[in-house]
Write a new protein. Structure first.
Length: 158
């Protein structure tokens, strides 16, 4: 009887903890259905079609991307934005590495990535500022392409 009670307590604790830890997919599901929320999900098939239309360097970069998920709440009510901010700031990172965190006036942006063997498997950008949004890119993106992309798009900023 003691082992059954112990097993039930451990099982209940495990289930409770797993439900308590919300992930980024959960927050997208929670807020995508809110009025005025914009949610766009681009699948691997659509990305394959898009690769045909872009220059070779960009197509090479896009080859590793499996899906793109964008949630924008800039047209939502203030209450929805506040609820998103509260949820987004308390999310557990679940194995993601915090790459950058930027706060400027009322904007607060956090960038996370899951990196293995010089490839990004999951890239997440969360903005909880004036126009809250969440962008998630899944796939196997080579860090060399990311470095090139960043340097190409920031050379005019120096």
């Amino acid at each position: 009887m003691k082992t059954i009670c112990t097993t039930l307590v451990l099982l209940f604790g495990t289930v409770t903890i797993s439900f308590a830890q919300k992930g980024y997919d959960d927050i997208v599901k929670q807020f995508a259905s809110k009025p005025q929320a914009e949610h766009v999900q681009v699948s691997s098939f659509a990305l394959k079609l898009a690769r045909v239309l872009v220059p070779r360097e960009e197509a090479e970069f896009m080859k590793g991307i499996q899906s793109v998920n964008v949630l924008s709440l800039d047209e939502c009510d203030h209450e929805v934005k506040e609820a998103f901010r509260k949820e987004a700031l308390t999310l557990s990172e679940n194995g993601l590495e915090l790459l950058a965190e930027v706060t400027d006036n009322q904007d607060h942006v956090r960038i996370f990535a899951d990196i293995h063997n010089n490839k990004i498997r999951n890239f997440i950008l969360v903005s909880v500022g004036e126009d809250p949004c969440l962008i998630q890119i899944k796939g196997f993106i080579d860090l060399a392409y990311m470095d090139k992309l960043v340097s190409d798009n920031t050379k005019n900023l120096k």
